[in-house]
Write a protein that binds this ligand. Structure first.
Ligand code: PFF
Length: 447
C-alpha cells in the first residue's frame, strides 16, 4: 500500500529528534549513578570507548538500513534480505523489535509519570495544598495510573502529528530547552557546599576498576540502552533522513551529543547527591554504595530540594521538567516504531494508529502498575538486558553478513560521495561484521 512517508526537513531537526531519542532517563538517571558505583572517571573512560567502538557502529547499521529501505523495521529488514531464510529472520527480528520497544515504553511511561507528578509537587506545596503534595509524591496505584496515562496522552499527541509537525517540531523545541535547563542546574548546584566532593567522586578515576568485568557489562548495557539501539527506533528515524545527508557524520554527532549530555548529567547528579549529604540526607544504601535506584530520584533529590527553602521549589520544578522532557523525546521515538509499521504495512491512518497502539501500551503499563512487584523488574530485565542486545546483534548480522556490501556503500555514498576512500568505510564494515557481534555476545552471556 503506497503511503506518503514523512521526512525530517532539516539536519537540525533530525539531530534533535535522534538525540532526543537517545537522551532520556538513561542518561540523566542511569549514567551518573552507574559511573559513581563503578569507579567514577574509570567508568566514564570505558563508556566513551565502548560508545564509539561498539555502539556507534551498531547505530550506523540501523541508520543506513533505514535510509536505504525508507521503511519501518520489518519491511526494511525484509528489503535487505536475500532468500527465504533471511526474510523469515527479518520478520522475526522486526516483530520482536516492535514487541520489545512497546514493552520498554510500557515501563518507561510509568517512571516518566512519576517525573510529572514530582514536577507538580513543589507547586502544590507553594499553594499550601499539602494534602495534594503528599498524594503526588506517595507511591500509590491511583497516582501512578493517572500519571502514566497522562504521559502516554502526551506521547500519542506528538506522534499523531507526524514526522515533521510532531516529532521534529517538538524535539526541536524540547531538546534545546533541556540543554539550557541542565546547564543552569549544574551551575547552581556547583555553588553549593559539598558539590565538589561529588564532582571528585564522579571524575577522579579509580583505574583498578577498569579491568572489572561487571564494569564492562554495565558500560556496554548503558551504551546500547542510551543510544536506543536494537529495537528499530534509530532505523525508523534513519528512514526519515534526506538522501543528501552525510550519514557517518550525522550518526557521529548523535553519539557525541548523547555522550556529552550523559557526562553533563553526571556533573549535576553526583554533586547534587553530595550537597544532599552535606545537608544531612542519607545518600548511601545498606551496602555502603550510593543510592542509585528509584530512591535517588524520588527520595534523595526531593529531600535535597526541600532543604533548599524558597529556591528549592524552582530547582525542583526545573529538575523534574528536565526529566519529563528527556523522557518524552525518548518515548515518542519508541511509539513511532509500531506506528510506522501499522501505517505502512496495514494502511492505518497515523492518528488512529497512534491512538490505538498508544492505548494498548497504556493498558500494559496499567497492568504493570497494578502488579508492580512481580512484573516491573521482570519486564525491565527481559527487554533491556536480554532482548535489546540480542536484537542489536541481529541488526549487525543483517548489515554485515546478509546485505550486499555494494548496496551499503552506494547508500553511504549518497550525501557522502567520498565515503569509499574514507576512514569510516575502512573500519566500520569490519567492526559490524566481527567486533560488534562478538562483544554483544560476550556481554549477553555475562549478564
Ligand atoms: N535512550 C533512552 C534513554 O537513554 O533513556 C531509552 C530508549 C529510548 C531505549 C528508545 C530504547 C528506545 F527505543
Amino acid at each position: 500500500m503506497a503511503v506518503v512517508r514523512g521526512e525530517f526537513t532539516s539536519r537540525f531537526g533530525f539531530l534533535m529528534a535522534a538525540t532526543g531519542s537517545a537522551v532520556g532517563l538513561g542518561n540523566i538517571w542511569g549514567f551518573p549513578t552507574n559511573a559513581a558505583s563503578n569507579g567514577g572517571g574509570a567508568f566514564l573512560f570505558t563508556y566513551l570507548i565502548l560508545t564509539f567502538a561498539l555502539a556507534y557502529p551498531a547505530l550506523m547499521a540501523e541508520l543506513i538500513i533505514g535510509r536505504y529501505a525508507r521503511a519501518n523495521a520489518v519491511t526494511a529488514l525484509k528489503t535487505i534480505s536475500r532468500g527465504p531464510k533471511s526474510r523469515l529472520l527479518a520478520i522475526a527480528v522486526g516483530f520482536v523489535g516492535i514487541l520489545t520497544v512497546s514493552l520498554i515504553l510500557s515501563f518507561y511511561a510509568i517512571v516518566s509519570g512519576w517525573m510529572i507528578a514530582f514536577f507538580f509537587d513543589p507547586l502544590a506545596r507553594f499553594l499550601g495544598m499539602d494534602g495534594v503534595a503528599q498524594w503526588l509524591t506517595e507511591d500509590a496505584e491511583l497516582r501512578n495510573s493517572i500519571f502514566v496515562t497522562l504521559f502516554m496522552i502526551l506521547t500519542v499527541f506528538i506522534i499523531s502529528a507526524g514526522v515533521r509537525d510532531g516529532i521534529e517540531k517538538w524535539a526541536s523545541r524540547m531538546m534545546p530547552s533541556l540543554i539550557i535547563i541542565l546547564i543552569l542546574l549544574i551551575l547552581y548546584v556547583l555553588t553549593l557546599p559539598g558539590a565538589m566532593d561529588g564532582l571528585r567522586v564522579y571524575l577522579v578515576p579509580d583505574f583498578s576498576r577498569v579491568a572489572n568485568p561487571q564494569l564492562l557489562v554495565d558500560a556496554m548495557g548503558q551504551a546500547f540502552f542510551s543510544l536506543s539501539l536494537g529495537v528499530g527506533t534509530m532505523l525508523v528515524y534513519g528512514s526519515y533522513i534526506s538522501k543528501q545527508e552525510n550519514l557517518p557524520t550525522l550518526g557521529g554527532l548523535v553519539a557525541l551529543l548523547d555522550v556529552g549530555i550523559a557526562v553533563l548529567a553526571g556533573m549535576l547528579i553526583l554533586p547534587a547527591m553530595y550537597v544532599a549529604l552535606a545537608s544531612g540526607v542519607e545518600i548511601f544504601d545498606e551496602s555502603g554504595g550510593l543510592i542509585a535506584g528509584p530512591g535517588l530520584i524520588v527520595s534523595v533529590l526531593p529531600a535535597l530540594f526541600n532543604s533548599m527553602d524558597s529556591v528549592g521549589m524552582f530547582v525542583a520544578m526545573a529538575f523534574f521538567l528536565l526529566m519529563t522532557i528527556a523522557a518524552l523525546t525518548s518515548s515518542i521515538s519508541m511509539l513511532e516504531v509500531p506506528v510506522a509499521y501499522a501505517i505502512e504495512n496495514h494502511g492505518v491512518e497515523r492518528r488512529n494508529a497512534a491512538i490505538t497502539i498508544g492505548s494498548v501500551i497504556t493498558v500494559i503499563s496499567l497492568i504493570l502498575v497494578f502488579n508492580f512487584n512481580p512484573l516491573f523488574d521482570l519486564v525491565v530485565t527481559y527487554t533491556t538486558e536480554y532482548s535489546q542486545p540480542l536484537l542489536g546483534l541481529f541488526f549487525c548480522i543483517f548489515v554485515a553478513w546478509i546485505w550486499r556490501r555494494d548496496d551499503i556503500l552506494q547508500e553511504i555514498k549518497q550525501g557522502c560521495p567520498e565515503a569509499e576512500a574514507g576512514f569510516f568505510w575502512k573500519i566500520w564494515p569490519f567492526y559490524v561484521k566481527f567486533i560488534c557481534p562478538l562483544a554483544i555476545l560476550a556481554v549477553y552471556f555475562q549478564s
